[in-house]
Design a protein around this ligand. Structure first.
Ligand code: BGO
Length: 259
């Protein structure tokens, strides 16, 4: 059995894609202990593929119930593949979640959904370039027109490499030191959460580890001239800005069309 989890921002077209992929093979319930809807199903063209619909979320900080459910799921019962549904007309906002998902060491495929709407707006996204920059396969889809959805599942079921994106080398050094003092923080997501001072991540640390972590964070804040939370947010948005600037082209404003 291959387990694919659908994840994306609210209104990215996740429900529409889940319904097309699973047809009537769905079970709807709640996530344990919370009133957040949990939908699972089987791919209607191959019942050996289980599809899990995750709550729509913009981030993986533990502020909302949806973020907590998603984060716990990724940490405790990770799927074989994450299918990240992106609203192609909102690439910048969508990539903020993508960058966080890439920190989990789970293979990812991106469905660039609403591609019909992007076309209607006279814009294009260079999917090869986006895929190259992220190190993740990218498939344009339209749930409205039922385009690209079987292709996205076909690609998700092929062997996929896990790729991670590097931030500023000073932050990378801090993250690798955090990995050394906190060996349980085995993926980048946990290391970044510790750097950010995330309350859930800090719970697992001994007093000595907390002190060492505080020292690493304080030195990095000093050399980067910013506070720990802003460092992470700015690194993510800088990278996203570079990617969006290189992959999105618009027919209407006369910019060179690269695709
Ligand atoms: C309404 N293309 C277009 N153009 N629209 C899409 C696509 C696509 O590829 N995929 C989804 N939509 P959800 P989440 C609606 O409901 O699947 C549309 O939150 C309307 N409703 O049809 O619900 C989809 O699960 C009245 O639109 O997303 C839906 O991620 C007028 O995007 C919306 C217009 O999709 C959100 C649209 C009463």
């Amino acid at each position: 059995m291959t387990k694919i989890a659908l994840i994306g921002n609210p209104n990215s077209g996740k429900t529409s894609i889940f319904n097309i992929l699973t047809g009537s093979n769905q079970q709807v319930g709640n996530w344990p202990g919370v009133t957040v809807e949990c939908k699972t199903g089987r791919y209607k063209k191959d019942k050996t593929i289980a599809i899990q619909d995750l709550p729509g979320t913009y981030s993986l900080s533990p502020y909302t119930l949806e973020e907590q459910v998603t984060r716990n799921y990724l940490r405790e019962t990770p799927p074989d593949i994450l299918l990240n549904i992106i609203d192609a007309t909102n690439l910048e906002r969508s990539l903020y979640l993508t960058l966080q998902l890439m920190e989990f060491n789970i293979p990812i495929v991106i469905a660039l959904n609403m591609s019909d709407l992007l076309e209607y707006q006279g814009k294009k996204i260079d999917k090869e370039k986006l895929s190259y920059m992220l190190g993740v396969p990218v498939v344009p889809t339209s749930a409205l027109k039922n385009r690209g959805l079987d292709e996205v599942i076909r690609i998700a079921c092929q062997p996929l490499e896990i790729h991670s994106l590097d931030y500023d080398h000073r932050l990378e050094s801090a993250l690798s030191e955090i990995g050394q003092i906190c060996p349980h923080a085995e993926n980048r997501f946990e290391q970044i959460k510790l750097f950010e001072g995330d309350t859930l991540a800090l719970e697992s640390l001994s007093d000595t580890q907390r002190k060492e972590l505080n020292d690493i964070v304080a030195i990095t804040e000093k050399i980067m001239g910013d506070d720990h939370e802003s460092i992470i947010v700015n690194e993510r948005y800088d990278l996203i800005g570079q990617i969006v600037g290189l992959v999105v082209t618009s027919n209407s404003n006369g910019r060179l069309n690269l695709t």
